[in-house]
Write a protein that binds this ligand. Structure first.
Ligand code: ADP
Ligand code: MG
Length: 464
């Protein structure tokens, strides 16, 4: 049975969750002001403030909460997530999502004192999606700079700001970073942040119930900053495009800031009305590209360090070599590698990362072989394959050999023994020594690192 005292139970749950989740996440989601727990026998009701929050708890914390509660109660406990003020306790959050009484009318918005507005804006943000946590590189420099200036001076810098790039490259992260920064620097400003899908669904729901249309318009058009994620979702939705056109005009005429992101530039969003297309390009259109190798390494490093599990350099290098197109997958690789290490109680090294990520790496259509590495090293460093495999200790040859061994180790699936054999029957310690020597020089000399990365690029290209 669960203890009947809700606040005391909440403290126990928070204490347990603190063991498994980062501190700021626990603070962001389980502070006393955010949730109420109402235990009753072997069920427990979690009351939250709005449907967005309900959805977030449902997606992210149901399992963990049920586990923790079951442990406290010593019997299986089921969690019911409800929005505060739902009619009775009968309505689950999912149904309540469409309920009228949860929508804030424009009159209510106007009634909120500006000081209190930020805290009550009901926007659910990921606490980690801040500017501080965003790694800047050539691929996203423009988008980042534009986002930053819009956050500093909403309505004054670029209007609208339109960010685009393919999936997993940080668009949502930047949009939310803008929200965090505005909340902090301009707490009086009203922000509305939602996905285009929510915009479309809310619009459709409000059209079906005419007395809600005004409330919907109030929510969209009386704000100081409107951010809409994945605006390409407007494709093919004429009614919503029309509505958004008027939303856009109202806000833009009043110099309110509009920020949009999309997976394609305005001209490539299918069936987008001409008048929206031109408007989207009025302010700043900034593209986010796939990150360069350098940026990928920096991101991996940041993510691993943030988890408190820094990896050896060559592991970052290995992952960055193999995952090129999506930052979400880079993050996933960090999580997987760290989890694998802790599960097997092993140190994180190249072999472990290779095993942990075996199934998730973006494998080139044909994997890189030691011979591919040797071919490029020979061509670029002006040596012959026979020389790589010879006993020669000539400086240029042994240097090329070390580099070849290092690249073979980080780019192919060959074992140290295979590599030793492919380089003229070198033993284990020679192979290790070569790898360490190259690694060390990469750490101390950026230009040498750049050179090795170029070679790696060449090798990959030779497989395309
Ligand atoms: P998108 O919205 O473009 O599909 P997201 O913003 O959801 O991509 O980013 C995917 C993941 O990658 C998120 O966890 C985000 O924090 C992370 N991410 C993306 N870009 C960066 C970056 N430059 N620095 C740090 N993390 C990033
Ligand atoms: Mg996104």
């Amino acid at each position: 049975m669960l203890p009947s005292d809700g606040p005391a139970l909440r403290d126990r749950v928070v204490a347990e969750l603190s063991q498994r989740l980062p501190e700021d996440e626990v603070k962001a989601w389980f502070d006393p002001g955010k949730i109420t727990l109402l235990p009753s026998g072997s069920t427990c009701e979690l009351q939250v403030k709005n449907v967005f929050m309900a959805d977030h708890y449902e997606k992210n914390y149901r399992r963990a909460l049920e586990e923790v509660l079951s442990r406290v109660a010593e019997v299986p406990v089921r969690l019911a997530i409800r929005v505060n003020g739902d009619a009775g306790a009968a309505k689950p959050a999912a149904e309540a999502a469409g309920a009228a009484d949860l929508k804030i009318s424009s009159a209510e918005i106007a009634a909120v004192p500006p000081e209190a507005a930020a805290a009550n804006d009901g926007i659910v943000l990921n606490p980690g999606y801040t500017f501080d946590n965003f790694v800047v590189g050539i691929s996203n420099r423009l988008a980042h700079a534009a986002a930053l200036s819009v956050a500093q001076q909403p309505g004054a810098a670029y209007n609208p700001l339109f960010l685009y790039g393919s999936v997993g490259l940080g668009k949502t992260h930047l949009l939310q970073a803008i929200c965090h920064a505005i909340r902090e620097k301009h707490p009086r400003l009203q922000i509305q942040y939602l996905s285009c899908e929510e915009f479309v669904n809310d619009y459709i729901a409000s059209v079906q119930n005419m007395n809600q249309l005004e409330a919907f318009r109030g929510r969209m058009r009386t704000v100081d900053v409107l951010l809409i994620d994945d605006i390409h979702f407007l494709a093919g939705k004429e009614g919503s495009q029309e509505e958004f056109f008027h939303t856009f005009n109202t806000l833009h005429n009043a110099s309110k800031q509009i920020i949009l992101c999309s997976d394609a530039p305005p001209k490539d969003i299918p069936t987008l009305e001409e008048r929206l297309l031109t408007r989207f390009s009025w302010g700043m259109v900034a593209r986010i590209d796939t990150p360069t190798f350098e940026t990928r390494v920096a991101i991996l490093k940041r993510k691993a360090e943030a988890r408190g599990t820094p990896f050896p350099e060559d592991v970052y290098f290995f992952i960055a070599q193999n995952i090129e197109s999506n930052i979400r997958e880079l993050e996933g690789a960090v999580v997987k590698t760290a989890a694998y290490a802790s599960l097997l109680n092993r140190a994180i090294d190249l072999d472990l990362a290779r095993e942990a990520l075996r199934d998730s790496l973006e494998v080139a259509s044909t994997p890189v072989q030691v011979t591919d590495v040797q071919a490029v090293v020979c061509r670029k460093l002006g040596v012959k394959t026979a020389e790589l495999q010879s006993k020669s200790r000539t400086k240029s040859i042994s240097r090329a050999r070390q580099i070849g061994i290092y690249l073979a180790r980080t780019m192919t699936n060959a074992s140290q023994t295979d590599i030793g054999n492919a380089f003229g029957g070198r033993d284990h310690s020679t192979v290790s020594y070569s790898i360490d020597t190259v690694k060390e020089q990469m750490d101390t000399e950026p230009s040498f690192r750049g050179f090795i990365e170029q070679l790696a690029d060449e090798i990959r290209k030779s497989k395309l």
